[in-house]
Ligand binder design. Structure first.
Ligand SMILES: C[S@@+](CC[C@H](N)C(=O)[O-])C[C@H]1O[C@@H](n2cnc3c(N)ncnc32)[C@H](O)[C@@H]1O
Length: 283
């Protein structure tokens, strides 16, 4: 009997073919199988001997071929889970990263005593809407504005708000603060582009399929952070908070930019790999 179209052998072969390109080869294969079978991972472990029909087999081969060429899993399946949300992704912007959940987590901790207030939050460079929509889903009495420069990202974040039934977040197109209403916010968050334009990692792995507009910034990756921090002050209530995600080696420089711009209680939080990742300051 030919067992080659059984779940377990297809996963085995796909894992082997992804081993060179991915640190998560087994998980990648499982996620692609779940996508094709429209099931969760538990199903795969419960029914390893099930066989795929012809159409499923053809689709699995097709998505595996894409992954073998380096396409990110999120682009192939069309979504990524972030916080408690399921977010549509596209090549127009960054695929949300687990490290960015650190920003969401810290924001909720720092805003704990204000969680039921009628506060206003702003997310600059929202991409899929990951940060704003996660915070809007948790802080239900708050109103959010989420902005991105790229029109396709704005549409995507709007779709994600609808898909996740989030009604307290408005997504607009804006070049940083250009189209932001002249009002005061209690919290401004941003995960801006911060990779140095000459960084060799840009030609490796999944980032090859993400747009440079979401990844790189001039001035050793700090130019957008400088713009945001110099202008955010005008848009903050007294005692308002700014939170910026940055590269793991940029903590010292980013703290200095916060201090030069007059923010106080400047502090950096570490990500899941214990790297400096989120710097915050009050105005
Ligand atoms: C690193 S991605 C972050 C996306 C999302 N916030 C996240 O954490 O997954 C940076 C985002 O900033 C946007 N961006 C780049 N330049 C911008 C600008 N001048 N004004 C507003 N957004 C900008 C990009 O389009 C991209 O969506």
């Amino acid at each position: 009997m030919d067992n080659s179209s059984q779940i377990k052998w297809l996963l085995h072969d796909a894992t082997c073919s992804f081993n060179k390109l991915s640190d998560t080869a087994k998980l990648d294969a499982e996620l692609l199988m779940c996508h094709v079978l429209d099931c969760n991972r538990t199903y795969l472990f419960t029914w390893p001997d099930k066989t795929l029909d012809e159409a499923q087999l053809a689709e699995f081969k097709q998505v595996c071929a894409k992954r073998a060429l380096g396409h990110p899993i999120a682009h192939i399946v069309g979504y990524r889970e972030f916080w408690s949300l399921n977010l549509k992704v596209s090549p127009a912007t960054l695929i949300p990263r687990p490290d960015t959940e650190t920003l969401v987590e810290q924001a909720l901790l720092l805003m704990q005593e204000h969680k039921d207030k009628p506060f206003l939050g702003l997310d600059l460079g929202t991409g899929t809407g990951a940060i704003a929509l996660s915070l809007a889903s948790e802080l239900k009495t708050w109103e959010w504005i989420a902005a991105d420069f790229v029109p396709e990202a704005v549409t995507l974040a709007q779709e994600n708000a609808k898909l996740n039934q989030i009604n307290n977040c408005k997504v607009i197109q804006s070049d940083w603060f250009e189209n932001i209403p002249n009002t005061k916010f209690n919290l401004i968050v941003s995960n801006p582009p911060y990779i140095d334009e000459a960084d060799s990692h840009l030609s490796q792995g999944d980032v090859r399929f993400e747009p440079l507009s979401a990844l790189t910034a001039g001035d050793s990756g700090l130019s957008d952070i400088k713009i945001i921090l110099s202008q955010a002050k005008q848009y903050l209530h007294d005692g308002g908070l700014v939170m910026i995600e940055h590269g793991n080696t940029q903590g010292k420089e980013v703290r200095a930019i916060f201090c030069q711009n007059g923010y106080s209680n400047v502090n950096t939080f570490k990500d899941l790999s214990a790297n400096e990742r989120i710097t915050v300051g009050y105005f």
